[in-house]
Write a protein that binds this ligand. Structure first.
Ligand code: SAM
Length: 198
């Protein structure tokens, strides 16, 4: 069997067994093990959260004293945990100040984004769509993340990768590139893990 499918199959089966809604949880788990991005008591904002495996893991990582707010344009099946709030919205239209008021939080400690658009197959249109989403993620992060806070974003190797890296470097004290094992070897996705928002 091709290595790509072996990896996919292994993590898919493990996710089913562990009760995660998607195998993406293991990518976040690896990132967490290496960078300890999320801590007990943190308030985490997750952008592009459906079906919800990152929210499931983040809810456990922050514990009962923390908060996880997940946004997706698609409805997300409720996560049965008192520290989770799920919202159905297009992140390009999120009113950050309204969100902070509504959740009673002055700012978030961590923003995570696994966002990926539905691709049309028309290259230029898809690049424009991805670019627009990345700008929305940056806008929300600028407004919602506290000083010193952490940020995680999934990117695809595209012209946007270098642009996003360049945009993040002056905003954070550290910006690291990470490719989790749970990412299929042939997939062009890569994560930027940023700490110490300036
Ligand atoms: C790879 S999935 C996220 C998986 C998630 N991290 C998990 O572990 O379950 C990417 C998500 O981005 C969402 N998305 C795409 N465009 C969006 C938008 N404009 N606003 C909000 N969510 C969006 C998609 O609906 C999709 O659910």
């Amino acid at each position: 069997m091709h290595a790509r499918y072996v990896v996919k199959d292994t993590f898919y089966k493990k996710a089913k067994k562990d009760g995660y809604r998607a195998r993406s949880a293991y990518k976040l788990e690896e990132i967490q093990q290496k960078f300890t991005l999320i801590k007990k008591g943190d308030r985490v904002l997750d952008l592009g959260a459906a079906p919800g495996s990152w929210v499931q893991l983040e809810s456990v990582l922050v514990g009962p004293g923390g908060l996880v707010v997940g946004f997706d344009i698609l409805p997300i099946t409720p996560v049965p945990a008192s520290n989770v709030v799920l919202k159905k919205a297009d992140i390009r239209e999120v009113d950050v100040q309204g969100l902070l008021r509504e959740t009673g939080t002055p700012a978030f400690d961590v923003v995570t984004s696994d966002i990926a658009p539905n691709l049309s197959g028309i290259r230029d249109a898809d690049i424009a769509r991805i670019h627009e989403l990345y700008l929305a993620v940056l806008r929300i992060t600028d407004e919602a993340l506290r000083r010193g806070g952490g940020f995680l974003i999934k990117l695809f190797f595209s012209p946007d990768f270098a642009d996003m890296e360049a945009a993040l470097k002056p905003r954070f004290s550290k910006v690291a590139t990470f490719k989790p094992k749970a990412s299929r070897s042939v997939s062009d996705e890569v994560y930027l893990v940023c700490t110490g928002k300036k």
